[in-house]
Design a protein around this ligand. Structure first.
Ligand SMILES: [Fe+2]
Ligand SMILES: [Fe+2]
Length: 181
């Protein structure tokens, strides 16, 4: 009886290791080295890859823009909202990571260059620039979703649909704060 128990334990420990999670392999892009796409893998057009890189440049811009607006606070009203800038800045950095992972999977190289950053000096200047940035992003992400859907890249369309909801929330926050000044 004891021997059977020991055998069971041994088999459990020496058995096959659990398969790595698909997420670990998803972004390695090993197939790119061979130049051969496995059947069923999504192909993206150059236009779509370019739009993903434009999206990354915009995300890098606003992640820095909002973080520096968080740092450079002045006065009571700005003090009250400075943490909101930090929170949204971090969300934008996570967006840039998610889009870069998708772009890399599709065979592109993520840009390191942000779009021009507008920090502003007064709170009103900052929020005006931020509303403008979010409006531009919302418009562009709708175009990405439309093109990705047209190309059958449902994963990219889904990713941008999720991010778009965040961007609409950011726009709403900045617009509401701007109206209160
Ligand atoms: Fe974003
Ligand atoms: Fe945003």
């Amino acid at each position: 009886m004891m021997q059977v128990e020991r055998l069971v334990v041994f088999e459990f420990r020496s058995g096959p290791q659990p398969e790595r999670r698909s997420a670990d392999r998803r972004h390695r892009g090993g197939w790119k080295a061979s130049g051969e796409l496995p059947k069923g893998v999504t192909m993206a057009s150059k236009k779509l890859l370019g739009m993903l890189n434009d999206a990354i440049a915009g995300e890098l811009q606003v992640s820095l823009q909002y973080m520096w607006q968080h740092v450079q606070w002045k006065g009571t009203k700005h003090f009250a909202v400075k943490d909101e800038f930090e929170k949204i800045g971090i969300e934008e950095m996570k967006h840039s990571e998610a889009i870069a992972e998708r772009l890399f999977y599709l065979g592109g190289i993520p840009t390191t260059k942000p779009e021009p950053i507008t920090v502003g000096s007064s709170l009103k200047e900052m929020l005006t620039a931020d509303v403008k940035a979010e409006e531009k992003t919302v418009k562009m992400y709708k175009e990405v979703i439309a093109l990705a859907t047209k190309e059958g890249d449902l994963t990219t369309a889904h990713l941008f649909t999720e991010i778009l909801a965040d961007e609409e929330g950011h726009h709403d926050t900045f617009q509401s704060l701007l109206e209160e000044i």
